[in-house]
Ligand binder design. Structure first.
Ligand SMILES: *[C@@H]1O[C@H](CO)[C@@H](O)[C@H](O)[C@H]1NC(C)=O
Ligand SMILES: *[C@@H]1O[C@H](CO)[C@@H](O)[C@H](O)[C@H]1NC(C)=O
Ligand SMILES: *[C@@H]1O[C@H](CO)[C@@H](O)[C@H](O)[C@H]1NC(C)=O
Ligand SMILES: *[C@@H]1O[C@H](CO)[C@@H](O)[C@H](O)[C@H]1NC(C)=O
Ligand SMILES: *[C@@H]1O[C@H](CO)[C@@H](O)[C@H](O)[C@H]1NC(C)=O
Ligand SMILES: *[C@@H]1O[C@H](CO)[C@@H](O)[C@H](O)[C@H]1NC(C)=O
Ligand SMILES: *[C@@H]1O[C@H](CO)[C@@H](O)[C@H](O)[C@H]1NC(C)=O
Ligand SMILES: *[C@@H]1O[C@H](CO)[C@@H](O)[C@H](O)[C@H]1NC(C)=O
Ligand SMILES: *[C@@H]1O[C@H](CO)[C@@H](O)[C@H](O)[C@H]1NC(C)=O
Ligand SMILES: *[C@@H]1O[C@H](CO)[C@@H](O)[C@H](O)[C@H]1NC(C)=O
Ligand SMILES: *[C@@H]1O[C@H](CO)[C@@H](O)[C@H](O)[C@H]1NC(C)=O
Length: 469
């Protein structure tokens, strides 16, 4: 996980799922990924970025529900590599999730073939390298799972599919950023926000047509507000769940989140239009230069985009706008999914909760002379033997199943503590942010149903990882 070093707190919810690889009968799709450094100048100055097959961002994985996906990954970096398939539920092979703890990293010059089935999911996801802050140098790309023809989607087939990655970006590469963190320094303000690895981004469209615009925040730590000048964005899907369709003029997209909007090209094409991704809840004066700007170009456009950039919500000191906006997003529970409620029909109000965990993050502390993040008073030590492999080969003593239900009150400690969950149970996880800045959590590979938000908000980013295997 890119951020393990910064917010070194990784926990695994331990749920036994016996692995059987892929289902025979369902189609196979094959990809070859070569991960290497290339030189690019996303902010005007040449720098080394991580490319997949020479592309930055990497190629789109575009597959269909139930496909068996085979991705041969060749590591041409000078460091270990793990690719994480974010949001893809590895029901049958959690060790292929590609986060620390799941499998051994791919050493330089080696290759490894991921093979998993994208079962019962339809939607917008993305992949990224999960070790050593590599994601801050690239290596990410969109991962789309389409519906099978027999499964309807709750909107008309769009005229086209547009993928947009947005994210904060530093001119320093991941090794330099890592060095800063290891020395106990903050990363500081990013140098820019990239839209599809660069700016300005161009996409030609035709008047009156509706496009599905899939937006992923692939950044490291910056929450971004996304908007398209003069265009309403009808929110339709988020990470595999169809939403109640509502128009937004802008939406806060936190680190790790993916959304699909239906955008109708209904303007008069007197000009091109700006696409903007700007940092949220920061000092607008200081951060203005760190704004991602792209261009939406109609094929019949008569001129360049002009005028001021569409304004972001002004609420540097008011977190309620963002929170209320997130609350306004509702799941359309009657829309068909890949296969709704795969484990049966639940009445969410009457679920018997098996266990409750309060996960509380606090500002980083010094432990043994190093600045470390903690969750519930524990700073996670990633063991040399990946946890899932320890299970597979019955290696004892690699980790402790002792993660506390409530935050520890004593001095923070270093530990390889893992949550002891119940197979097929329902866990209630309460995330408490005891810092003054936004914190993102990544609940990897698991279907999470948000039941409430208070001043603390649930966000699927990845400063800390809770990996429900
Ligand atoms: C990262 O940047 C440092 C300079 O800060 C440079 O020495 C190093 O070669 C770069 N590493 C990669 C992998 O590009
Ligand atoms: C490495 O790649 C070669 C082909 O390029 C393939 O035959 C082999 O199975 C791959 N090895 C692994 C461990 O994925
Ligand atoms: C939910 O999806 C269904 C099926 O497409 C649709 O008929 C219904 O209007 C949607 N409900 C809302 C509130 O968007
Ligand atoms: C993905 O593939 C489908 C056809 O299977 C195509 O209609 C769609 O445009 C593709 N999406 C992207 C983003 O390439
Ligand atoms: C977009 O439109 C411009 C100008 O009309 C044209 O030069 C360019 O080739 C088009 N690009 C694509 C991808 O269609
Ligand atoms: C969303 O906005 C578009 C105009 O851009 C409008 O045609 C459409 O009816 C709106 N949809 C909803 C559900 O409000
Ligand atoms: C096009 O729309 C813009 C505002 O959306 C308006 O200012 C302009 O006058 C319109 N141009 C034409 C030719 O209708
Ligand atoms: C924002 O930053 C500017 C420049 O650093 C500073 O002058 C201003 O006081 C700051 N505004 C707030 C509200 O902190
Ligand atoms: C919850 O537990 C009660 C008592 O054991 C049982 O009657 C009920 O059916 C359970 N509810 C669900 C949704 O499993
Ligand atoms: C994990 O939880 C189960 C069920 O509550 C319990 O039987 C088991 O002893 C626990 N394991 C450890 C190591 O605490
Ligand atoms: C953190 O927790 C302490 C003790 O519960 C509380 O006094 C403080 O206000 C909290 N700070 C934040 C930023 O939530």
């Amino acid at each position: 996980m890119a951020m393990c070093r910064v917010f070194a707190a990784v926990f695994l919810v331990y749920i036994w799922v016996l692995a059987s690889l892929c289902s025979a009968g369902d189609p196979y799709v094959f990809y070859n990924f070569e991960v290497s450094y290339i030189t690019a100048s996303p902010l005007g100055e040449p720098q080394q970025v991580i490319a997949v097959n020479g592309k930055f961002p990497g190629p789109i994985v575009n597959v269909t529900t139930n496909d068996n996906v085979v991705i041969n990954v060749r590591n041409k970096l000078d460091e270990h590599l793990l690719l994480h398939w974010s949001g893809i539920q590895q029901r049958r092979s959690s060790w292929q999730d590609g986060l620390p703890g799941t499998n051994c990293p791919i050493p330089p010059k080696w290759n490894w073939t991921y093979q998993f089935q994208v079962k019962d999911q339809v939607g917008s996801f993305f992949y990224f390298p999960s070790l050593n802050m590599q994601r801050s140098s690239g290596g990410f790309g969109s991962f789309i799972i389409n519906n099978r023809a027999v499964i309807p989607i709750p909107f008309d087939t769009p005229h086209g599919d547009i993928v947009i990655t947005i994210g904060d970006w530093y001119k320093r590469n991941h090794t330099a950023l890592r060095r800063a963190l290891d020395a106990g320094r903050d990363l500081g303000m990013p140098d820019g926000v990239l839209i599809n690895g660069k700016g300005p981004y161009q996409y030609n469209t035709t008047y009156g047509k509706t496009y599905r615009v899939r937006v992923h925040n692939v950044g490291v730590s910056t929450s971004l507000n996304f908007r398209i000048q003069n265009h309403n964005m009808l929110l339709a899907e988020s990470e595999g769940s169809y939403t109640v369709q509502q128009n937004y003029t802008s939406l806060d997209i936190h680190v790790g989140q993916s959304y699909s909007f239906l955008v109708t090209m209904d303007q008069n094409a007197s000009s091109d239009y700006y696409i903007v991704a700007s940092a949220r809840m920061v000092n607008d004066t200081t951060w203005r230069r760190v704004t991602g700007v792209g261009i939406l170009h109609y094929t019949n456009s008569k001129g360049k985009a002009s005028g001021p950039l569409p304004a972001a919500p002004q609420d540097e000191f008011d977190k309620t706008f963002s929170m209320n906006q997130a609350r306004s997003i509702r799941w359309n529970v009657s829309a068909s999914g890949a296969r709704p409620n795969p484990q049966g029909s639940f009445r969410y109000g009457s679920i018997n909760v098996t266990e409750v965990y309060v996960l509380k993050n606090k500002p980083p502390v010094q432990i043994n002379g190093k600045k470390r993040a903690t969750l519930s008073g524990i700073s996670f030590i990633n063991p040399a033997t990946p946890i899932r492999l320890a299970d597979q080969f019955k290696v004892k003593g690699v980790y402790k199943l002792d993660f506390p239900n409530n935050p520890l009150t004593g001095p923070p400690k270093l530990e390889t503590s893992v949550i002891n969950g119940t197979y097929r149970g329902f866990m209630e996880v309460i995330l408490q942010n005891n810092e003054t800045r936004m914190q993102s959590y990544h609940l990897s590979g698991y279907a999470v149903f948000v039941v409430g938000k208070l001043y603390i908000s649930f966000m699927s980013g990845d400063h800390s990882v809770v990996n429900f295997c």
